[in-house]
Ligand binder design. Structure first.
Ligand code: ADP
Length: 399
């Protein structure tokens, strides 16, 4: 069975085609970017063949998806003989609200709910829905599945998701903590338990998904019981360009001083803050590290703030679960940034955390156990694969 996995943003489409017959095998992947602009681009990388990059205006999502499908069956670059070989399409959908605690087959009702949730996820859900509707037109006979970033966190107890604001805003507008990166947190926790031969229902795990967007989740007995992102992905850790937890009074004060409207305030906390905002250098951890090594003090400060944030969340979630058996690092930073991992794990003996720093310095983009033999708490690097989760759910629900 071949599954096409799509992640549609407002101006981009990331895609992967996977064969799921035995082990999942990647057939092709790529990205359509700058949709709607004059300098659009289409990147396509088939396995075992040469990469293709086309620079041309791509008017809308429909044109972008048409280009993906045509290239997949192109006699020279393609990996399929005909579109009939695509058996199912899986869509990453940002917000499932309180409607979806697991992945679902796309129906008229699913689409209506994804559309309604566009109110609380205006940057993502409308684009995700466009992706679904476009695929329905292009591949009408093929089953489609929606996989939500929020659904794994629907097990949060009320005390972890209710905000300290008038309760009527939860009742009227569904304002509460939802959490994101759910597919990744679930995937790495389950994979680690498989590798360790553990029964996840007996364990307390803290998963640190550290990428451009970053979030930490407390998983007790296999269920998410707390997570650092909130109603939107701007909450929690200081991230690449997102502020993370911030005194609301400080934001109001800045808006007043600078005369910012709601849209500008939104841009400030989502696009101009985080380690980018602190350093003034970059949101990219590799560039921050270069700058720090060259003596840039604000780059060093941004890294310090990030590391301190991660440490505090680990402490908070160990408290929430009355202990922790395993801490997992994943995402671009979690999988690759050895100094960040070392600094987060330093001085955490109160939790039984002790990692082998020499070993840690050799681990990049691969699964590994970092803790020393005598440490009480396990620490692991686990590579995440959100597309694989989407493909697996899609396969399960398309049969
Ligand atoms: P996204 O949220 O966009 O999926 P990723 O999970 O790809 O983000 O993570 C991107 C982050 O990972 C960037 O800050 C990048 O600098 C960092 N990163 C990637 N590779 C490395 C590396 N080898 N060393 C340090 N940081 C890295």
């Amino acid at each position: 069975m071949n599954v096409l996995v799509l992640n549609c943003g407002s101006s981009s489409i990331k895609y992967q085609l996977l064969n799921m017959d035995a082990e999942a095998v990647l057939l092709a992947k790529g990205i359509v970017e700058k949709i709607g602009l004059t300098n659009g681009s289409f990147t396509y990388k088939p396995e075992g063949k040469e990469k293709l990059v086309i620079e041309q205006p791509i008017a809308n999502h429909s044109v972008g998806m048409d280009l993906i499908l045509k290239t997949l069956i192109d006699p020279k670059h393609g990996v399929l003989k005909s579109l009939n070989e695509i058996n199912a399409v899986g869509h990453r959908v940002a917000h499932g609200g309180e409607y979806f605690s697991e992945s679902v087959r796309v129906t008229e009702e699913t689409k209506a709910k994804i559309k309604a949730l566009g109110e609380i996820a205006p940057l993502h859900n409308p684009a995700n829905l466009t992706g679904i509707e476009t695929m329905e037109k292009l591949l009408p006979a093929v089953p489609q599945v929606a996989v939500f970033d929020t659904s794994f966190h629907q097990t949060l107890p009320k005390k972890a998701f209710v905000y300290g604001i008038p309760y009527e805003y939860y009742q009227k507008y569904a304002v509460r903590r939802y959490g994101f990166h759910g597919t990744s947190h679930k995937f790495v926790a389950e994979k680690a338990c498989r590798l360790l031969g553990w029964n996840i229902t007996e364990k307390k795990i803290i998963t640190c998904h550290l990428g451009n967007g970053a979030s930490i989740t407390a998983i007790k007995g296999g269920k998410s019981i707390d997570t650092s992102m909130g109603f939107t992905p701007v909450a929690g850790l200081v991230m690449g360009t997102r502020a993370g937890d911030l005194d609301l009074g400080a934001l109001l004060y800045i808006c007043e001083k600078e005369g910012l409207n709601l849209k500008q305030a939104n841009t400030l906390v989502n696009k101009q803050s985080g380690v980018q905002g602190i350093s003034g250098v970059s949101s990219d951890f590799r560039e921050l590290t270069f700058a720090m090594e060259a003596g840039n003090e604000r780059a060093a400060l941004a890294l310090d703030v990030f590391i301190y944030n991660v440490k505090k969340y680990i402490g908070a979630y160990a408290a929430a679960m009355n202990g922790v058996d395993l801490i997992i690092f994943t995402g671009g930073i979690g999988e690759n940034d050895q100094p960040v991992r070392q600094a987060v794990c330093a001085d955490m003996d109160y939790l039984g955390v002790k990692i082998n720093n020499e070993l840690n310095a050799t681990i990049k983009s691969k699964d590994a156990i970092l803790n020393t033999e005598d440490a009480k708490t396990k620490v692991m690097v686990i590579t995440t694969d959100e597309e694989l989760v989407i493909a697996m759910d899609t396969m399960k629900l398309s049969k």
